[in-house]
Design a protein around this ligand. Structure first.
Ligand code: C2E
Ligand code: MG
Ligand code: MG
Length: 630
């Protein structure tokens, strides 16, 4: 006699999960589709299990064909469930179930064989048979366990092979747990078949993945109306190879100001109303909230985004009203035509972020159409970012040196250390491209330190005197400058290479001088360790003389732009400024000296040092040694 003590409560819990799962919007991605299959097959299996067990218990009261039929349905569901559970593991890992045709056969054959044997069971009794004494196991009954374990084993192999596909440890462990629970369920079924416990174990496995990563709320904004940015990434990543859609971004103008004006809770209410409205007017589209007042809508090629944006803009002329708020917002739009050439979700999202940034600052309502060129530009930036990360991680940021010339003697007396990295083809990438990216991601700290360390190593291993070099200037990004442990880190490196701090000058720009108090403290700390400071790129910022007075710079470097401007159209401003600087005790360096005329002009107005292509372009450190240590 089968016992229903577990399977009935299991069924009731399953119903609750189904209600929760289907009451919320679900994202159209493979993992979700596989999960739907999983809960569907589990529900069917439980129902057929209960039905077959009832007729087995009361076989004398029902026709034999009914006992046969319900058992057949149960076994078909049971085998199908094994396959579907295996498929879910693959869906979660984000790989297709079987890549090669051979693999496909290996996976499908046991399933089809079992289904055929089940269908023939009413006639030949392979898996089960029913006679006048009721239901019995057939000769091949144990195939249930063989196929069950086979699919679980394949799942484990897949998890170990593709574990890197899972974004977090929680997903990884829960997928392992999911399969372990299935194994336990199989053992329990083997020894305690009477209690119909396998269904309960499968439900437990489903609950594990539901809680870990399948809860639809993980893909939704807090109020469950629009999908969130995690869902957005998942959606794009999955569809990246067959994106034949258009995507429109919408930004609430001056988002942070709006938050200040209305307060955060009210603004969130407004954003929620907007999200609800967007999902209503784009029933065919998928609406995602992409943080900071930005929405992204995907739609087929036949969606007219121009008309849609006009409609949305018209709606924004009216307030967004809730019980507690009446809010006015302004919006702007950008559209991107997508095709299969897009390389990654980052390309689309970064391009959209830039476009919406432009739209926000322009304050215009007409949608900005993003060109293919802009997508390409973003792709290039992402490649640079990758090269940058590889270079930092492999310690292959290269040290280039550019000589600095004493204007009086014409001799090389110093050099500036400049960073270089290479792309995947070994071509140099100019710092103008990678430094801003490194600053944005904070990796400039490691990059700057690598160049500093390589400069120290250079000083240690080469006789600077022999090259006529008294010091090497190293650039310090404003991002590095705000580090509180900067002086400790840099002096530790000096110690490691046994380098005299006087042989290194740190170049900072005016951007580092935003906070006077911090500037003074940082400069004091570094000066105590023996470092000297140079002000770089003078003329590109807003410094006034009074502020410079308080800073112990030993030298001010005139930026290439003011040098060029002066040489093209000489006036009294630059010479007067230089005179004032010299009165204040600063040395002066001219950057960007490209010909002898510029050299003569800059020398004449009082520059102490000259640096530029006229003397030499920056060159690899080894080449610098070859050139100057003769
Ligand atoms: P910067 O510190 O002002 O460096 C001078 C830049 O001017 C260098 O560009 C140099 O190649 C260029 N230059 C020198 N002479 C001439 C000339 O006659 N004509 C022209 N057109 N350019 C000239 P580079 O190496 O491309 O570096 C650009 C900027 O990237 C640097 O400007 C600096 O701000 C930044 N950078 C480079 N290396 C590092 C680094 O290690 N750390 C940090 N934080 N920034 C760096
Ligand atoms: Mg510099
Ligand atoms: Mg400069």
């Amino acid at each position: 006699m089968w016992s229903f003590s577990f399977v009935v409560p299991t069924f009731l819990i399953m119903v609750i999960i189904l209600i929760f799962y289907f009451s919320l919007p679900r994202l159209d991605i493979r993992m979700n589709r596989f999960f739907v299959d999983l809960v569907a097959i589990e529900t069917i299996t439980i129902i057929t299990d209960i039905a077959a067990s009832i007729v087995d218990n009361y076989y004398a009261l029902v026709p034999i064909w009914l006992v046969d039929l319900l058992n057949l349905l149960y076994f078909v569901s049971l085998f199908t469930r094994s396959l579907v559970m295996y498929r879910f593991t693959f869906g979660a890992l984000g790989v297709s179930v079987a890549r090669s045709a051979l693999m496909k056969q290996v996976i499908r054959t046991p399933y089809y064989a079992c289904i055929v044997l089940t269908c023939l069971s009413p006639f030949f009794g392979f898996i089960y048979y029913v006679d006048e004494s009721g239901y019995h196991m057939g000769n091949f009954y144990n195939l249930i366990y063989v196929t069950g374990f086979f699919y679980i084993l394949m799942s484990f192999l897949a998890v170990s092979k593709y574990r890197k596909h899972l974004s977090g440890r929680r997903e990884r462990y829960s997928l392992i747990l999911y399969n372990l629970i299935l194994i336990m369920g199989m053992f329990i079924r083997y020894f305690l078949a009477r209690y119909l416990l396998l269904d309960t174990f499968v439900l437990m496995a489903i609950i594990v993945v539901y809680l870990a990563f399948m809860n639809p709320e993980y893909f939704l904004e807090p109020r469950g109306v629009v999908f969130n940015s995690y869902a957005l990434r998942q959606y794009i990543n999955e569809h990246i190879d067959d994106l034949d859609e258009r995507c429109m971004g919408m930004v609430v103008h001056r988002y942070y100001e709006m938050r200040d004006i209305y307060g955060a809770p009210q603004t969130d209410v407004g954003l929620n109303l907007i999200g609800r409205y967007l999902t209503q007017i784009c029933p065919k589209g998928k609406v995602f909230y992409y943080r900071r007042g930005r929405y992204i809508i995907f739609g087929d090629k036949d969606v007219d985004f121009k008309e849609l944006s006009n409609r949305i803009a018209a709606r924004f002329r009216n307030p967004w009203v809730s019980k507690t708020a009446e809010l006015y917002f302004d919006v702007g739009f950008a559209t991107i035509e997508l095709n299969n050439n897009v390389e990654s979700a980052d390309v689309i999202l970064n391009t959209m972020t830039k476009a919406l940034g432009t739209v926000d600052s322009n304050d215009s309502e007409a949608p900005l159409e993003v060109t293919e060129d802009e997508l390409y530009q973003t792709e290039k930036e992402i490649k640079i970012k990758r090269s940058l990360e590889t270079a930092i991680e492999n310690n292959t940021v290269e040290l280039f040196l550019q000589p600095m010339i004493d204007a009086e003697t014409g001799k090389t007396v110093g050099a500036e250390a400049l960073a270089r990295i290479r792309d995947e083809n070994g071509e140099l990438i100019p710092p103008g491209h990678f430094i801003p990216i490194a600053e944005k991601s904070g990796r400039i700290n490691e990059l700057g330190e690598q160049i500093f360390e390589k400069t120290c190593n250079f000083i240690k291993n080469n006789d600077l005197n022999k090259m006529g070099i008294q010091w090497i200037n190293v650039n310090l990004s404003p991002v590095q400058f705000i580090r509180k442990d900067l002086s400790d880190r840099y002096s530790a490196i000096l110690k490691k290479y046994d380098v005299d701090p006087r042989s290194i000058h740190l170049e900072i720009t005016e951007e580092s001088m935003i906070d006077d108090c911090f500037l003074k403290r940082q400069i004091k700390e570094l000066s105590e360790k023996g470092f000297k400071f140079v002000l770089d790129d003078y003329g590109t910022g807003y410094s006034n003389l009074a502020r410079l007075k308080n800073c112990p710079f030993i030298n001010i470097k005139l930026d290439i732009t003011i040098v060029r401007e002066f040489c093209r159209e000489p006036d009294e401003i630059l010479p007067t400024m230089i005179t004032a600087f010299k009165h204040m005790g600063f040395g002066i360096t001219s950057e960007g000296v490209e010909n002898d005329g510029m050299a003569a002009a800059m020398k004449k107005i009082g520059c102490d040092y000259l640096q530029g292509f006229y003397y030499s372009k920056p060159m690899p450190a080894a080449e610098f040694v070859k050139t100057y240590a003769m």
